[in-house]
Design a protein. Structure first.
Length: 72
């Protein structure tokens, strides 16, 4: 399967930054908690760095990475 991974930054109608992050989650991770942790961390760090309010941080889970079997 092909995934589009990465970060896209745009502005909304109110001129606030919107950050879209596409990732592949590791198998066994709590995906809602993972997304929340990423959203919170990115929003706090980017706002502090650029000193502007962030409108949204959207996390897009593109798939789940399965653990490798022994011998692979």
């Amino acid at each position: 399967a092909r995934f589009r991974l990465g970060i896209k930054i745009s502005k909304d109608k109110e001129d606030l930054y919107v950050i879209d992050i596409s990732i592949v989650a590791d198998y066994g991770r709590n995906i809602p908690q993972l997304a929340w942790d990423i959203q919170t961390s990115v929003k706090e760090k980017v706002q502090a760095r650029i000193n502007q309010k962030i409108g949204a941080v959207n996390i897009h889970i593109q798939g789940v990475s399965m653990p490798k079997k022994k011998g692979e």
